[in-house]
Design a binder for this molecule. Structure first.
Ligand SMILES: Cc1cc2nc3c(=O)[nH]c(=O)nc-3n(C[C@H](O)[C@H](O)[C@H](O)COP(=O)(O)OP(=O)(O)OC[C@H]3O[C@@H](n4cnc5c(N)ncnc54)[C@H](O)[C@@H]3O)c2cc1C
Length: 604
């Protein structure tokens, strides 16, 4: 959609320059012959029917049934939103746009979505997360900056109120966040610490005299950095800071209670002026996502009421006494971060949507683009070349597989939200880390292959790959760096493995490991031990067995290596010595999960 407004089917005025005429001609390559307008003089661009397309005539696919199966109940919502934006060309993001104008447009797009299209994103997130993620995917079709700004406002800022706050916070903030009266930020990352959240340095010191917390940035490295929505639009920020209780530590020293989240107003609700004690700077022009206003926040003795502590997992009473249902700092930290998985789920979800867009453009182009062919015969579609098929078809199949994997993730996430079950939460934590990491890495690589598959035309900004690649690239880093997240998956697999040998039970998601370990560790490799006929190699059960076998072997071998190196290098050193092995293990596990979901979905 972002490109349509400028892609050259527009007015005569637009066609008056040679550049626009050329763009218009090029855009015809991306349309089906039947969709095309028939502009004068364009006939020479209509491709002759090629061998590949004639053969493809026999394909027997019920596209409508497949669409219904894939998009399910969200189809109507997504179609309604597409139509809403198609009918509002002034909200389309043009190909060329200065940063300041892009940021303003992005805010207008979000406001139109909420105030005119009537979407209530925070209510959806609270009551129907599945639908929330589908809305986010649809708005990403307009502009990925919009999807990310939407995610900051609702998954992160709104999500922190819902998941880390209590009733009083919901009552005060929920509706105003939902209708965009309170645009807000999620201020976790600092200049010196991104992945290592436990090392954040911003402080929130309780003042029992005034019944307030005092928020401070103790040094330059503790400036909150990259904070979405802060450079221009945010009125509040959820600030992650170390809770300090004066005199309550050993020998009357201040007690550091670990990382907690606080609501800090950053701009005046009426005038929008930055509030006293707060300094906001702009993170500037980025490689992509320039519709999102990322900024840096510094706090100088900023006072907030005690009620602004998001107190679901730990609270401070009027007399300064700390209470929590969780016994240790580590447990509170894990619970706090555990509640923020929604952001990761939404990135995995949106990344699959972006993959679908890129693959669709590349496959359609490959069918229509003709080059070479047998002597004295019509040219053939580039998709008829084996090399092209090897580039695009596994990617197309993977887009389906990842679609079903994200479906599974969202179902689990919704179940977790409904039940608050600890085992499901632990599962979702690992599943979301693994899938976010795997999917976003896969999509990032695939967008480049899709661009290349469209040759020179793939390089024209109007054909979207540049925007998709640049906007999506950071999906690999924010909401948890992919390399760091995969280590959490590996760590969890090892924990399960250890438990097995201690006689503990494995949780539901990991059941296959129990089976595969007992089946395979005592058996030869399924690939080499069994026969090689096509029926066998194409049998989904055999394929899944092979994937699981690989995971089991990697798990077993890395556990043995870690044990060996632990003696000389200690835990940290041994982990680092085996790091690539651990990452391979995690990826192998995630691939087995994806394959299992794909096989199930194909059966259905
Ligand atoms: C556009 C954008 C928007 C953002 N929005 C927000 C926001 O709204 N709010 C917010 O709080 N933050 C935001 N962030 C920050 C983002 O979450 C962090 O950048 C991210 O968590 C990574 O942290 P880092 O940048 O410090 O990277 P680092 O942790 O410094 O990572 C640098 C490199 O080191 C590697 N590395 C780090 N640790 C390990 C390890 N243990 N093992 C192996 N390799 C390792 C990583 O893989 C990476 O390649 C945003 C960032 C960007 C760019």
């Amino acid at each position: 959609m972002a490109t349509m407004s400028r892609s050259g089917y527009g007015s005569d005025d637009e066609d008056s320059t040679p550049a626009m005429r050329r763009l218009r001609r090029l855009s015809l390559h991306l349309l089906q012959p039947s969709d095309r307008p028939a502009p004068e003089g364009a006939n020479s661009l209509v491709p002759a029917a090629c061998a590949g397309r004639r053969r493809a005539g026999g394909l027997d696919a019920d596209a409508a049934a497949l669409t219904a199966y894939l998009r399910g109940r969200h189809r109507a919502t997504q179609d309604r939103l597409y139509r809403f934006f198609v009918e509002r060309p002034e909200l389309h993001t043009p190909v060329e746009l200065p940063m300041a104008a892009h940021r303003e447009l992005c805010f207008r797009q979000m406001a139109a979505l909420v105030r005119e299209a009537g979407v209530r994103p925070l209510s959806l997130m609270a009551d129907d997360p599945d639908e929330y993620f589908a809305v986010m995917e649809a708005v990403g079709g307009l502009d990925i900056s919009l999807a990310v700004k939407f995610g900051v406002q609702y998954s992160l800022w709104g999500g922190s109120i819902i998941n880390l706050g209590t009733k009083k916070h919901r009552e005060k903030y929920f509706d105003k966040i939902d209708n965009l009266d309170y645009p807000g930020c999620f201020a976790m990352t600092e200049l010196h610490h991104g992945s290592n959240v436990q090392a954040l340095q911003t402080t929130a010191t309780f003042d029992s005299v005034t019944d307030e917390f005092i928020i401070d940035t103790p040094n330059d490295g503790a400036i909150k950095w990259w904070i979405g929505n802060s450079a221009l639009h945010g009125k509040f920020a959820t600030v992650f800071a170390r809770l300090i209780l004066p005199l309550q530590g050993k020998g009357g020293e201040p007690a550091d209670m670990g990382i907690h989240a606080f609501i800090v107003p950053i701009r005046d609700l009426e005038t929008h002026a930055v509030l006293p004690g707060i300094e906001i700077n702009d993170c500037g022009h980025k490689i992509g996502l320039n519709g999102v206003d990322n900024g840096a926040l510094r706090f100088r003795s900023v006072r907030i009421p005690r009620d602004n502590l998001l107190n679901r997992f730990g609270d401070v009473a009027r007399d300064g006494k700390y209470t929590s249902s969780l016994p240790t700092i580590n447990k509170r930290f894990a619970a706090t971060l555990g509640e923020l998985v929604g952001g990761r789920v939404s990135l995995a979800y949106s990344s699959v949507g972006i993959l679908k867009v890129a693959v669709t453009i590349a496959v359609r182009y490959a069918l229509l683009r003709q080059q070479f062919g047998p002597p004295k015969q019509p040219e053939i579609s580039v998709l008829d070349y084996q090399s092209h098929q090897h580039k695009l078809m596994p990617m197309l199949a993977s887009a389906y597989a990842l679609h079903f994997a994200r479906r599974y993730l969202v179902d689990k996430y919704s179940e977790m939200k409904k039940t608050n079950d600890e085992d499901i939460s632990a599962d979702v934590h690992v599943l979301s880390s693994g899938l976010k990491s795997y999917i976003t890495s896969y999509t990032a690589k695939s967008i480049s292959i899709c661009r290349e598959s469209c040759g020179g035309h793939g390089y024209a900004a109007v054909n979207r790959f540049g925007g998709l690649r640049n906007d999506h690239d950071i999906f690999q880093t924010f909401e948890g760096d992919n390399t760091v997240l995969l280590q959490q998956v590996a760590g969890d697999l090892l924990k399960q493995y250890q438990q097995k040998f201690k006689g503990g039970t494995l949780s539901v998601t990991w059941n296959y490991l129990r089976d595969s370990m007992s089946t395979y560790l005592s058996q030869p490799n399924p690939v080499t031990a069994r026969w090689e006929g096509e029926d066998h190699l194409r049998d989904p059960k055999f394929q899944l067995d092979a994937f699981r076998y690989r995971t089991s072997r990697l798990l077993h071998s890395v556990a043995a290596r870690l044990q060996k190196h632990m003696k000389t290098l200690g835990g940290f050193g041994a982990w680092n010595r085996c790091l690539n092995h651990l990452l391979t293990l995690a990826e192998s596990h995630v691939e087995a999960v994806i394959l299992a979901r794909f096989i199930e979905a194909v059966k259905r």
